[in-house]
Write a protein that binds this ligand. Structure first.
Ligand code: AGP
Length: 622
């Protein structure tokens, strides 16, 4: 998972590329580099280890690099440790790869993805006299392009095509050829790439935020396609070298969506965007007070024939699947299994032929989820993707797609996309139930009405954020935090615990409340924070008694429940209330205080909330 950018046009390229990379740092940020061409001059390559600002300082914010054609990269190491040598761009010449000697190279390039057969290709190239300066798979693919370029007709298109046929793995490649000034060549398989165009200028990037400041008019490049970018023009080719015509698409996201919008961190901005993400997602599927799922391509008969649903995802997306399981089984009476994509793809699967596999993914690029999707399709099972990024790999490869409209989510820790995924799950459950005549018309309409109250109920929870911030400050030295709940409340605990761990680095565990006494309760000590989630009335008393078990062992209790359950204050040391709603939907409200707790604890510990250590926004490698 890395970020790539490219620009060719009338203006100086380097400042534009650095600006674009700054919008992609969430895709990886352990090293970065630029390659800039000035007319017919060979590319000048500058690379640095560390955050993008190191490269910016090194190049005087790009002003030290002259030229109107260039490519750039921000890296998340997969092959070879983070270093200047392993940083992109990589070159085809035999040099040190640290910015000296690259001028002799015919090919210079940046890459996002994984070349699975890079070792065998490296051996082949070494037999042909190539030397390697880095440990990366990218240097191999760049040199392979060079090999084919020199071996055949010195055509970039042909050299890239031959490389694409030879290579196994995933890539979004941007290349420049010394003998072809003023051109950027791109090629894609499985990794994300978007191409933007405005008058006399052309952009390429891994994701929309990098180019949104400059243009909304974009092309989506397909798998195993390539393109030649020149100022204001793009020519697409297939593997056979045939020109492909493409439709221009207008991006609806406004520029500030990809900025912080006045908040200190993207995460807090996105927490506050959840009401809008929910409203937009609801509006995309509800017409005249009815849910319209025609756009996702499942007929009523197909819905009635669904024998089993498999929800497959990773991380927070998986947690939304656990919520959807409870709601779908209760309302639509369809059996649901929720599976971690990384397990699903290697399990000896026994999938029901009338099953439906639902892949949930914000980025639409998560490697394990994409692999699970392909596996389900190979087995002939109908697939539906719930995805937030239009044109992403999972969106394009699934049989049917339900887009969440959370807009670009920049913080590594998901919030608004998670909430939008919950809405997608609710809508599917309600509509499937309605199609199967499992619910009466009145209840159907009431459920839809209740969904539309969630945004303002979230606003109400957010009004309580200073109180939550105060409580978190008292917990700043927490070592272990336990989240306990039953049913949907347990699903909420899973997400609350992940938020705590991934951004504040405090260890926590989510536990089915009834399971705690089977061992883990031995970890409860004096002052251990135990958060009891209590939104399911039928399970309320049972979870309270589990909380009391913890209290008797010294735990400090926080209760998270709906307004009206004031008796909880006899048990809990601190309580957060959420507005009442249909109990199928309480996860959408209960998760908000837990997101805020993770956020405030991270901020109080002076951590990088938006870019936590060891994490990337989209895990596009296994
Ligand atoms: C959530 O805060 C994490 N960033 C992570 O668990 C994420 O949900 C997971 O990697 C799945 O990503 P996806 O939704 O893009 O597939």
């Amino acid at each position: 998972m890395c970020g790539i950018v490219g620009f060719v046009g009338k203006r100086q390229a380097a400042p534009i590329l650095l600006d674009g990379l700054s919008k992609l740092e969430y895709r990886g940020y352990d090293s970065a580099g630029l390659a800039i061409r000035n007319g017919d001059e060979p590319a000048e390559v500058v690379k640095s280890k560390g955050r993008l600002k190191v490269l910016s300082e090194k190049t005087d914010n790009g002003n030290a690099l002259i030229g109107n054609c260039g490519i750039g990269h921000t890296r998340w190491a997969t092959h070879g440790e983070p270093s200047r040598t392993n940083a992109h761009p990589h070159v085809s010449g035999n040099c040190t790869g640290t910015g000296s000697g690259e001028v002799e190279s015919e090919v210079v390039g940046v890459h996002n993805g994984i070349i699975e057969n890079f070792k065998e290709l490296k051996e082949k190239l070494m037999k042909h006299g190539y030397l390697f300066y880095s440990q990366t798979d990218t240097e191999v693919v760049i040199k392979l392009v060079d090999y084919y370029y020199k071996k055949y007709t010195h055509s970039p298109q042909e050299a890239i095509a031959k490389t694409m046929v030879r290579v196994r793995g995933s890539y979004a490649l941007c290349l420049m050829f010394k003998s072809h000034p003023g051109e950027i060549w791109v090629a894609r398989k499985d990794s994300p790439m978007i191409i933007g165009i405005s008058d006399g200028e052309t952009y390429v990037a891994s994701d929309v935020p990098a180019i949104l400041k400059y243009t909304r008019n974009v092309y989506y490049i397909g798998n195993l396609e390539m393109a030649k970018l020149t100022p204001g023009e793009v020519t697409f080719y297939n593997l056979d070298g045939d020109v492909i015509e493409k439709e221009l698409t207008e991006i609806k996201w406004d520029a500030e969506s990809a900025e912080k919008g006045g908040y200190e961190h993207f995460m807090m901005k996105e927490i506050h965007e959840q009401p809008k993400a929910i409203t937009d997602t609801l509006n995309s599927l509800i017409k005249d007070e009815k849910i319209d799922i025609d756009s996702i391509g499942l007929s009523n008969d197909e819905v009635r024939n669904i024998s089993q649903i498999y929800i497959v995802a990773c991380g927070s997306a998986y947690h939304t699947g656990v919520v959807t399981q409870y709601v779908m089984e209760d309302i639509a009476k369809i059996p649901v299994r929720v599976e971690l994509a990384s397990e699903f793809r290697y399990r000896k699967l026994l999938l029901d032929k009338n099953g439906l596999v639902i892949i949930v993914s914000q980025s639409g690029e998560t490697a394990d989820s994409l692999a699970a999707l392909r596996l389900a399709k190979d087995k002939g099972i109908k697939t539906l993707a719930i995805v937030n990024v239009v044109g992403s790999s999972i969106a394009r490869e699934a049989d049917n797609v339900l887009y969440t409209l959370a807009g670009p989510e920049i913080a590594v820790a998901t919030t608004k996309a998670y909430s939008a995924q919950l809405i997608a799950g609710y809508l599917l459950a309600i509509q499937f139930a309605y199609i199967k005549n499992e619910i009466a018309e009145e209840y159907y309409k009431n459920l839809i009405k209740e969904l539309y109250t969630l945004p303002q109920k979230i606003e109400k929870v957010l009004e309580d954020k200073e109180r939550i911030q105060w409580f978190v400050a008292k917990q700043a030295n927490a070592q272990d935090v336990f989240y306990i709940g039953r049913g949907i409340d347990y699903a909420v605990c899973l997400e609350g615990s992940l938020k705590m761990k991934e951004i504040s680095y405090v260890h926590s565990e989510a536990y089915a409340a009834g399971e705690l006494k089977h061992g883990t309760i031995s970890l409860i000590e004096d002052g251990t924070l135990v958060i009891g989630v209590l939104t399911q009335s039928e399970l309320y008393e049972k979870t309270v008694s589990n909380m009391v078990e913890c209290k008797s062992r010294g735990a400090y209790l926080m209760g998270l429940t709906s307004y009206g359950h004031y008796e909880i204050e006899d048990t809990a040391d601190f309580t957060v209330y959420i507005p009442k709603t249909d109990e199928h939907f309480t996860a959408s409200l209960a998760v908000i205080p837990l997101q805020l707790m993770g956020y405030y604890l991270s901020v109080s510990r002076g951590l990088d909330v938006d870019k936590p250590r060891n994490l990337a926004k989209s895990v596009t490698v296994e």
